[in-house]
Design a protein around this ligand. Structure first.
Ligand SMILES: NC(=O)c1ccc[n+]([C@@H]2O[C@H](COP(=O)([O-])OP(=O)(O)OC[C@H]3O[C@@H](n4cnc5c(N)ncnc54)[C@H](OP(=O)(O)O)[C@@H]3O)[C@@H](O)[C@H]2O)c1
Length: 275
């Protein structure tokens, strides 16, 4: 039986911990400093409470950090102070640079993790991507064998799993902000139903279909100024225009690729990188 510490039983942490417990792990948590809501979730997930963090870590082979990303350093520092020497899973939505730094500061072996999908069990699968030292990744992966958490090892060192999450979030979360602004602008002008109908006619597939991106690069010379028109219209409606201006700045990096519909995907993406 593997002894696991969950830091801490939030919406995701409690649900992930529960799946590991269903699979035979003994999962514990530490109530010190946590809210009544965390305690309620821990109880519902059947987790055992241990009243001091050092004690909890001392009896655990694996510690999983699932907390607000802004608290990730604080949680890792507490683990370091406790002298934890097991496997530390940094499973938060933090940058690859940050997880690499956290890993360097710990005596524990670090596995980089990232969660995509809603807390389990849910309609769609919760994926826990893992990267880092092979043996440790495998130990963490097997915690979730056959559970509602689909744990997947990916090639790459610590940083790879976090990079995947942030690349995904970069589109998904920005798309949420963009859609909200589009609908607010359409509502200002009374054309929201038509906007929804148009969006349904041409569902977005950009992230699923990278082969579409060279044609974006080729048309960027035209789309940049169009985004500046969008920015003006948003500003007139009292809406934030930063994302529209940022998109125009991205398109500007493709200025030299005007109408080059034969550009390769690799070249198109390379041209976004500044020397
Ligand atoms: N929820 C999702 O749908 C989802 C999806 C994908 C990935 N994730 C990832 O999962 C992680 C946790 O998200 P969540 O939704 O579970 O968050 P959450 O429900 O807000 O829970 C966060 C947990 O961390 C604790 N916490 C809050 N501030 C802390 C601090 N300063 N130091 C230590 N612990 C602290 C909270 O305890 P108290 O509130 O009791 O203090 C709570 O137990 C995030 O990295 C997020 O990106 C979540």
């Amino acid at each position: 039986m593997t002894n696991v510490a969950i830091l801490h039983p939030g919406r995701m942490g409690a649900a992930v911990a529960h799946q590991a417990a269903l699979n035979g792990a003994r999962v514990r948590w530490c109530p010190v400093g946590r809210s009544a809501d965390s305690a309620k979730r821990a109880d519902a997930a059947g987790l055992e409470a241990v009243d001091d963090l050092a004690g909890l870590l001392g009896m655990s082979e694996i510690a999983i950090s699932l907390c607000p990303p802004a608290a990730a350093d604080e949680v890792a520092a507490a683990v370091r102070t406790a002298g934890f020497e097991g496997i530390f899973v940094e499973a938060n939505a933090v940058s690859p640079q940050r997880v690499i730094r956290i890993s360097g500061e710990l005596a524990a072996a670090t596995v980089d993790g990232s969660v995509i999908g809603p807390p389990p069990p849910a309609g769609s699968a919760t994926r826990l991507y893992l990267s880092g030292p092979e043996g440790e990744v495998e130990r963490v992966r097997t915690l979730f064998d056959g559970t509602a958490v689909e744990a997947k090892a990916i090639d790459g060192a610590v940083g790879a799993a976090s990079a995947l999450k942030l690349a995904y979030a970069s589109h998904r979360k920005a798309a949420g902000a963009l859609a909200a602004i589009s609908h607010a602008l359409a509502a200002t002008h009374g054309v929201q139903a038509e906007l929804t109908a148009e969006a349904r006619r041409y569902p977005s597939t950009e992230l699923m279909d990278p082969d579409y991106l060279p044609s974006v690069a080729a048309r960027a010379w035209r789309w940049g100024p169009e985004m500046l028109e969008v920015a003006e219209t948003l500003r007139a409606a009292g809406l934030p225009d930063d994302l529209a201006r940022a998109a125009a700045a991205v398109f500007d990096r493709w200025a030299d690729d005007k109408d080059d519909f034969d550009i390769t995907i690799n070249d198109a993406l390379d041209h976004l990188r500044q020397p």
